[in-house]
Design a protein around this ligand. Sequence first.
Ligand code: CP
Length: 313
Amino acid sequence: MAEGHWSAKHLLGIAELEANDITSILDTAESFREVASRPIKKVPTLRGKTVLNVFFESSTRTRSSFEIAEKRMSADAINFSTSTSSLSKGESMLDTARNLEAMAPDVLVIRHPHPRVPHQLAGLIDSSIVNAGDGAHEHPTQALLDAFTIRRHKGTLEGLRVAIVGDIEHSRVVRSNVLLLRKMGASVVVAGPRTMMPRHAEALGAEVAYRVEDALEGADVVMMLRIQLERQGNSGSQLLLPSTDEYFHLFGLSAERLALAKDDAIVLHPGPMNRGVEITSEVADGARSVILEQVANGLAVRMAVLYLLAGVA
Ligand code: CP
């Protein structure tokens, strides 16, 4: 199987990775990609290893992608969610973590609504920790699979112009993507309503636009984001967003707007997608959409991450 050079105990965020680490993970993912096309989609890479998938927030893509990746690598995969755990009976997060640790998993994949919970766990327990999304902070495997998808289409990330449009303030996907793309030599422009833009948006390391047209002009890659109503808290969606119709009118990606980007621009969306709010079905299902490729590539990227963390002695 692939030879990667990234050597770390945890994957907590893109912030902790160097450009050559990212290249190693993407190169390793290339060699796992063909496993999905085999009649028997299984390799022995993680035989005898136990991976716990601990999700304190709902997930369709990330959770099933990690579980399938683990099973395809012959690991013992165990799923754990808040609704079925003793957290609902008042057990603290720390006690829960210590009890999970007592079962000696090799890797703990965690999604949590609060930023930096994976980082705190990494200091408390011995298992390797993979951040599957921590609040509005980071979603490193999403950024890696996005980069993998872009690189497969464009050959490189260096020199590309990537437009990211949507709820910038509440998105962990945008943070991880801007960090990764800047490290790899791409330029990034973020666009969204002022009410969904962080106060110091430039500090993300991206150009900031308040008109979607300004962001799309000349873009090689267009990444649309969902409005993260679940993270808008007390600010309330009513205040941030007059109506989904108005949002679509101002920021939604239609075929007409996509024409502002380069002729060979590709369209990404991390999902879940709200058709008719941030993107039309015509674009989401069109020839330039790579949205389902992102999902397929997520398996190869997560196999690579698990292999590099736990599969190499
Ligand atoms: N992209 C993503 O994280 O999707 P899920 O919330 O379904 O895992």
